[in-house]
Design a protein around this ligand. Sequence first.
Ligand code: NAP
Ligand code: HSE
Length: 446
Amino acid sequence: MSQAIFPGTLLLPEMRKVNIGLVGCGTVGSGVVQALSRNGALMGSRLGVKLSLAKVAVRNPRKARAARLAKRMVTNDWESVVRDPKIDVVVELMGGTTTARKVVNEALKLGKPVVTANKALISAHGESIFKLVEKNGGNLYYEAAVAGGIPIIKSLREGLSGNRIQSLYGILNGTCNFILTQMELEGRSFEEILLDAQRLGYAEAEPSLDVDGFDAQHKAGILASLAHGFWIKPNQIFVEGIRHITTLDIQFARHLGYCIKLLGIVKKIGDKVQIVVHPTLVPEKHVLANVSGVYNAILVRGDIVGDTLHYGQGAGADATASAVLSDLADASLDLKNVSMGRVPPFVPHDQKGSVLPIEESVNPFYLRLSVVDKPGTLARIAAILGESKIGICTVFQPEGHVGESVPLIMMLHDATDAAMQKALKRIGRLSAVKAKPTMIRIENFN
Ligand code: NAP
Ligand code: HSE
C-alpha cells in the first residue's frame, strides 16, 4: 500500500500506526490532506501514534485538486477504501445523504471508526447510524459537522456535561453570516456575495442548503439533540432562510439599534424545547451582533456554568480540517488505548422530550410593509394588529422614499407566531399594502 507518513514523525517502537482512508477530497478533503501534511507529524508525536494517509476515493481521480496526492493512492471506488483491512479509520468527506450513508454504514458494520463532516447525514439518519455504532463497536466522530473549527460538539458532550443546557443561540452557517455581513458593509447584491462564498469554499455543493437555512437547521438539530437527550429530526425544526432579507431591512434594523443574523435558537420552555432557525434582529450591543463574515459563534447557557461563548471560523477548508484532525486525534487515541466507546456519539437520556410547535413560540417582531402613502393606511394596519392583540412599540416611515409605495416599519411587542401569522395574512390582503410583508423575529436573549 502506498502511504504518506508525515515527514518529521518521530517513530518510537511502541507507536501505533493509524491508516486513514479518505472518501471525498474536495474543499474539505483537500484541506485535511494539506493540514495532515503540515501538522500530521506534530499531531502524531503528541498522541503517540503514527498517522498515515493510506487511500483516497474521489469521483474523478483525474481532476486537478488543491491537495497533492500520489496517483497510486487515489481511486474512484470508495468500497475498496472502506473494505481494505489495512484501513483503520474512514473519513467521509463527500457530502450528500445517499452514497455517503452507504460509506458510513459500511465502515461501521466493519467495526471501523468513522470521522465525518456531514451534518445533513447525521441530522437525518443519526439514530440509525448510532445504532450501528452500538452494535458493531466502532465509533462516529462528527466535530466538523457543526460550526467549522469550533469544538462545540466536544464542549457539549464533555466540557459542559455537568450542566442542564437552558439556552443555546448559534450563528451556525458561515455562508449566510458572510452574505449578511457583506450586504451591510458593501451594499452588494445577495447573488454576487453568494458567488464569493462559493469561490472561497464556504458554501455547500448545493448552496440552497445554506441560504434557505437547511444547513443551520441540521446543525441546530444536532446541538439541540446533544443538549436535550432526544434525537431531533430536521422536519421537527422550524426553518426560514435569508433570501428575503434586503439591504433595506439591514439598514432599517441598524437605524433601530439591531443587526440581522441567521440564528439557530434552542431554549427550554417549560417541559418542551423550542428549536428554530430564522433571520433574527439581534440588539447591536449583544456579543452575537459582532460576529462577522464567515465566523460562527454559539452562546450556551448552562445552569451551573452560566454563559459560555464559542467562537471561530464556521466554514472553509482550513477551519473544517482543524475539526477533522481533532476527530482523527480522538479516533487514533481510542484505537491506541482500545477505548473505542469512551465517548459514544449520542446518549439518549430524555425519552419524553418534545419540541415546542412554532405556533406557540413567542417573540417581538420587526415588520416592513410597502404601503401607499395615503391617510388611513396606518389606522387600518393598527386596527388589525389591535384585534390580534399585538401591541405596537415603534412606527417609523423613513424619509426619502417617493413613488407609488413607501416603506413602513413597525416594531411589535411579544406575540405568538400563530397570532402574528394570522395578522400578517390580513394585513397582506389590504389594498394599501403593495408587496408581501417582511416579518423578522427579534431576540432579546432574556
Ligand atoms: P466538495 O468540495 O463538493 O467535495 C466532495 C468530494 O466528494 C469531491 O472530492 C468528490 O470527488 C467526492 N465524491 C463525490 N461523490 C463521490 C463518490 N461517489 N465516490 C467518491 N468520491 C466522491 O464538498 P466539501 O465542501 O468538501 O464538503 C464535504 C462535506 O463536508 C459535506 O458533507 C459538507 O456538508 C461538509 N462540510 C463542508 C464545509 C465547507 O466549508 N465546505 C464545512 C463543514 C462541513 P471529485 O473531487 O472527484 O468531484
Ligand atoms: N456551508 C457551510 C457553512 C459549511 O457555510 O456554514 C460549514 O458547515
